[in-house]
Design a protein around this ligand. Sequence first.
Ligand SMILES: Nc1ncnc2c1ncn2[C@@H]1O[C@H](COP(=O)(O)OP(=O)(O)O)[C@@H](O)[C@H]1O
Ligand SMILES: [Mg+2]
Length: 208
Amino acid sequence: MRFRSKKNKVTLRHGIIFKEYPDESALFREALALEYLDAAGLAVPALFGREDNALKMEYIPGVPYADLVEELSFEQAEALAAWLAEYHGLTSLLRGDCNLRNFLWSEGRCVGVDFEDEPMMGDGEIDMGKILAYAVTYSPPLTEAKAASAHLLLRAFVNLNGPLDLDLIKSAYLTEIAAMNSRRKQYAVHPHSAALFFDKFSQEKIQN
Ligand SMILES: Nc1ncnc2c1ncn2[C@@H]1O[C@H](COP(=O)(O)OP(=O)(O)O)[C@@H](O)[C@H]1O
Ligand SMILES: [Mg+2]
C-alpha cells in the first residue's frame, strides 16, 4: 500500500511504514524529531530504524484529519488542539507543516506524523492559523460544514490555551491561504472570501 506523498515515497509493508527520502538531511531531521518526541511522550509513530534511504516506523491506523473536516466532532477538534499544545509545550517550536494529512485520528486520539521540515520559532497562534487554513480549503472549500469544523477547532484552541491573539491567528491563516493559492491553482480560494469566512466562523463567542 502506498500513501500520498509529493516529495517522498511512503509505503506500508508487512505492517510497517517505510518512508523513503530523496534528501538525506530530511531523513535525519525526521529521525531525531521522532526519537525526541516519542521519548517525551507525545503521540507520534515509534521509530524502528533505518534501511538505505528509508526510515521504518510504526504504522498508525486511522484517518487523516484532512478527511474529517466536513464533519469534525468536538472530541476530534480537542484531540488535535491537545496534540498541538503538547508539541508547543515540549519543543517551544512551531509545528510548521500543518497540512491536515500530517495529523491522524487514531483510536480516539490525535497522532502527528511527518517531521522532516526544519522547525521554526514563533507564536503558537501561527500553527493554529495554518491548521484553520487547511481545514477550510480542502475540496470543496469554504462550506458550511467546514465553518462548523473550523469553529470547533478555534474553540478547542482557546479552551486549552486560554485567550489567544485572534488577529495573529487570522493573519497566519491568510498567509497560508496566499501560499496555497500560488501552489495549488486548482483549489484556489479568493483571499477576500477566505477573510470573510474567517470572520464568520470566529464570530460567535469564542474568547472567554
Ligand atoms: N506512521 C504512519 N502511520 C500511518 N500512516 C502514515 C504514517 N506516516 C505517514 N503516513 C501516511 O502517509 C502520508 C505521507 O507521509 P508523510 O510523512 O506526511 O510524508 P510527506 O512528507 O510526503 O507528506 C501521510 O499523510 C499519512 O497519510
Ligand atoms: Mg505529510
